[in-house]
Design a protein. Structure first.
Length: 316
């Protein structure tokens, strides 16, 4: 008999085993702690078990979004998985994944939940869980032969130059440029990138002033297979954003990297600037959302205005 309940710390081994079965890779103890014990606003998950074995899991990070002076309470779905033996029932009227999703929604009051499902799960979520039809992330990419480095400004690589108070001051300015974004203060940046045990994230900081004590911009990224994947960037002045990208290209050239990739909503002003500077568009992964009663925004508004970044994706 299938039993659905909230997970506890004693379920770690079973959740990690299910993760390996479903995704073919390990979820380390450190990564499990980072996701479900140490996230900066808290996490939650629901499991389904059959005779004591965990056969399905629905997890989520609590997130705050910023929209026109308002803070929105949301969750990002993560580690949504069902054991292969139970997947044949996914599209039944009340399949396991539907039941654990509904249990998760009931246990965690929110204005909306968003995520980056596979196309298969995206269709299921639309049909049975009232999610919006998924759309695809817009990816911008630039090859090494097109790098422009003549407008580079000085930067400092390394997390030792990241200062929480300066990041918070930078974020207070940057957040007003986005129609809708995850709230990315220093606590978020520290948890999401610096303290992430699963991947090495690097950072460039850009300072100005006589003693270079004023933080003007940051860029956070990881390097894989000779490519630089830009996870997030912030600039005090919008007119400096293209110069920051030129500096990033300078860094990539110094490291003999072949390409830069990033996610960007085409509504962002800098999107067209980057296209003119040689970045080309590629199709990314799906994203979607489900809204709940009382939300300050509609699901349609989210799908159009969410300024997604590669660092928003929990699997990066």
């Amino acid at each position: 008999m299938i039993n659905i309940r909230a997970s506890t710390e004693h379920d770690e081994e079973g959740i990690r085993l299910l993760f390996k079965t479903c995704f073919g890779k390990e979820l380390s103890h450190e990564a499990w702690l980072w996701k479900y014990k140490n996230s900066y606003l808290g996490s939650s998950s629901v499991i389904a078990e059959d005779n004591g074995d965990i056969v399905a899991h629905y997890g989520g990070f609590r997130m705050q979004f910023y929209f026109s002076g308002k803070t929105l309470n949301a969750y990002q779905g993560c580690d949504v998985m069902t054991h292969p033996k139970y997947r044949a029932k996914l599209f039944t009227k009340r399949g396991i994944v539907v039941k654990i999703a509904e249990a998760f929604y009931e246990a965690n009051p929110m204005e909306f939940i968003f995520g980056f499902p596979s196309e298969r799960h995206g269709k299921l979520m639309q049909l049975q869980l009232e999610w919006m039809p998924y759309q695809f992330i817009s990816v911008l990419a630039k090859d090494e032969q097109d790098f422009i480095t003549d407008k580079c400004i000085s930067y400092r690589p390394g997390w030792e130059f990241f200062k929480s108070d300066m990041m918070d001051a930078l974020w207070d300015v940057c957040k007003e440029r986005y129609p809708l974004t995850i709230f990315k203060d220093s606590k978020y940046i520290t948890w999401r990138f610096r303290d992430n045990p699963s991947k090495k994230y690097e950072i460039l900081t850009f300072y100005s002033g006589f003693l270079r004590r004023k933080l003007n911009a940051i860029a956070i990224f990881f390097i894989q297979n000779d490519e630089l994947f830009l996870c997030d960037s912030f600039s005090l002045k919008s007119e400096d954003e293209t110069i920051i990208f030129s500096s990033l290209e300078h860094f990539a050239k110094q490291r003999n990297l072949k390409k830069i990739r990033l996610w960007m909503n085409p509504l962002e002003k800098i999107y067209n600037d980057l296209r003119q500077l040689g970045y080309h568009e590629e199709q990314g992964i799906p994203y979607s959302v489900r809204g709940f009663k009382g939300s300050k925004i509609t699901p349609e508004f989210f799908m159009k205005n969410y300024c997604y970044k590669m660092g928003d994706y929990d699997a990066v």
